[in-house]
Design a protein around this ligand. Structure first.
Ligand code: GLA
Length: 392
């Protein structure tokens, strides 16, 4: 099979996706507003470059020649015009389909029509395809269905980032690169919760963090091929008009500390950073998390390593990620319900041990200090301390 050599996604893709905030009610005006807001809020300039329209942009049936047709009421201008408008804002444009006969919301999808649809995407100026797993699969396995679209995208004359959304059901980290994918969902749908019970829809933040810390998954991550623990829920707390949860009918509850933990781990994991909040409602606290340059620098580190857990004592956990140039990112994570002191040393985390001193900078407070080896912090419940550690 093809390995995408286009040089796309050499660092984790960053952008914004319509699903978490707008769900199935998204319109082309929402997309244009999001483009303006990505520019106006500074998110574009800090790296959030892909604007992706998720499910429900298309008609329920394919056209006469098997082509996808934009919903005539919600997307009347056509996708080429909309993509052009988004490009004019200095952004890239992404779209959605499914490797089945319909999408998750029952609209027309791409199984059996991959060539036609890939050509449509290229003609429209699409830069990114999120390819879901809903609909009837007509007896075909995941690798065959995702390879068909990967081959179709490789055959068109346009670089299109290929985002496989198969929910981790068939270990896509093992075959994602081989079908031409640049990223693949490792896990089920994220919801605005710390954790969920098995009988509830979706996964909470800590559920996903735990599923990602599997060596079979973690060691597959790297430039051009990313494990995707799903889009960000930062800024989608109980006060927001978050549409996905109205569809799923579940409560939303994430504290400020839990949102910070969510973003910190997605950066430590080298995960794609796809914001999912309503940008028109974004408050300062959300903006400060999404635009934290020190955290984003950890996320975008050129080595593209997925950080892993180095150790845990009861609810106190130490995680780290090797960075380029012998540096390292460290998370001290308090999983418990009470504030705790968490301590580690340079021998535990992923940094060369032969330096006499290390400089430490706090990703969230900006404080800096030096140490000969120990790294400690007082960490609130469900919160993190996150550091960049550099041998001097
Ligand atoms: C699935 C995907 C979500 C979203 C919805 C849209 O649940 O996992 O990310 O795209 O479909 O219907």
């Amino acid at each position: 099979m093809t390995y995408s050599a286009s040089g796309a996604a050499t660092t984790p893709p960053m952008g914004w996706n319509s699903w978490n905030a707008f769900s199935c009610s998204v319109t082309e005006d929402d997309v244009r507003d999001a483009a303006d807001l990505l520019v106006g809020t500074g998110l574009r300039d800090i790296g959030y470059e892909y604007l992706v329209v998720d499910d429900c942009w298309m008609e329920a049936e394919l056209g006469e020649d098997g082509q996808l047709e934009p919903d005539s009421e919600d997307f009347p201008s056509g996708i080429d015009t909309l993509a052009n408008d988004v490009h004019e804002k200095g952004l890239k444009f992404g779209i959605y389909s499914s490797a089945g006969d319909v999408t998750c919301q029952g609209y027309a999808a791409s199984l059996g029509h991959e060539r036609t649809h890939a050509e449509q995407f290229a003609d429209w100026g699409v830069d990114y395809l999120k390819y879901d797993n809903c609909g009837d699969h007509r007896g075909r396995d995941a690798i065959s269905r995702y390879a068909a679209m990967g081959q179709a995208l490789a055959a068109v004359d346009r670089d299109i980032v290929y985002s496989v959304c198969e929910w981790g059901q068939n270990q896509p980290w093992q075959w994602g690169r081989n079908v031409g994918a640049h990223l693949w969902r490792t896990t089920g749908d994220i919801v605005v919760r710390w954790s969920t019970d098995s009988d509830e829809f979706g996964l909470g933040i800590v559920d996903i963090i735990d599923q990602m810390n599997d060596p079979d998954i973690a060691y597959q991550n790297g430039p051009g091929g990313w494990n995707d623990p799903d889009m960000l829920q930062v800024g989608n707390g109980p006060e927001s008009g978050q549409a996905q949860h109205e569809v799923a009918d579940i409560d939303r509850e994430l504290t400020a500390a839990e949102e910070r933990t969510h973003f910190s781990f997605w950066c430590l994991f080298s995960a794609p950073l796809m914001a999912g909040n309503d940008l028109a409602e974004m408050d300062d606290a959300t903006r400060e998390i999404l635009t934290n340059e020190a955290a984003i620098a950890v996320n975008q580190d050129p080595l593209g390593i997925q950080g892993t857990r180095d150790g845990a004592v009861e609810n106190k956990e130490v995680w780290s990620k090797r960075l380029a140039g012998g540096e390292c990112a460290v998370i001290l994570f308090n999983r418990g319900e009470r504030t705790a002191e968490i301590a580690t040393t340079v021998e535990t985390v992923d940094v060369p041990v032969d330096a006499e001193r290390y400089s430490v900078s706090d990703v969230w407070s900006g404080d800096e200090w030096t140490t000969s080896g120990s790294i400690t912090a007082t960490v609130g419940t469900h919160d993190v301390a996150m550091f960049r550690v550099s041998p001097e």
